[in-house]
Design a protein around this ligand. Sequence first.
Ligand SMILES: [Zn+2]
Length: 222
Amino acid sequence: MEKAHLRKELKKLFKSMDFVSKKFLADEKAAGKDFQIYFNIYQQLGLAWEFLGLQCGHWDGYKKIKAGKEACKTCGKIKGVAESYCLLPKTGEKIIGRKSQPDSDKTFENKKEAAILHDTINFHGALLKVDVHNSYKSSMVGHEINIAAERIVELKESGITCSVDQHLIHVTVDRKKGKIKYGGFPWEIQSKHLKKFPVIFDYDDDYNFLGLSIFKGAKGKS
Ligand SMILES: [Zn+2]
């Protein structure tokens, strides 16, 4: 929305909010059905304010209000208060948040204190999770261990999970419950077993690893 248009819309909205508040909500003795309806209207206008405010770039800066706080001169939002909604364009790239990394060398007392970000989005049926935290102490089966600072990104699609952190890219496919999981480098596995894995490695002339493809649902040669 254009700056001037947004300013106008906000002004009109504030006028309506003041009107409802002064005319129908100011009387402390007022009660009953009508009061509840006007109260709801005020709340809904508040919601409209929240959404209009998301489009505000706070271009004209902030003014001081009570309790040492600052409010945007245009939309009236308080500086530094987290917003509860996101505004995303229907077309084009959608951006939510910024890339965050662990930001401390300290080992925190617990997971909660070490947390920087833990967010999930279900995007057209694909589940994306971002977990960023500093190092923290964790007690597992009796002893205390230090969990390393990490940024972990996990994508889930059609029963397949791909997670990426600083050290590892891990893909989980078709995990059957109750089966013991083994792991090994290709050269540690006998070629007759290796043939069962539907995996193709990408590499260059010097045999530098470039990536891999996994055939879904396919079985290798047996
Ligand atoms: Zn603003």
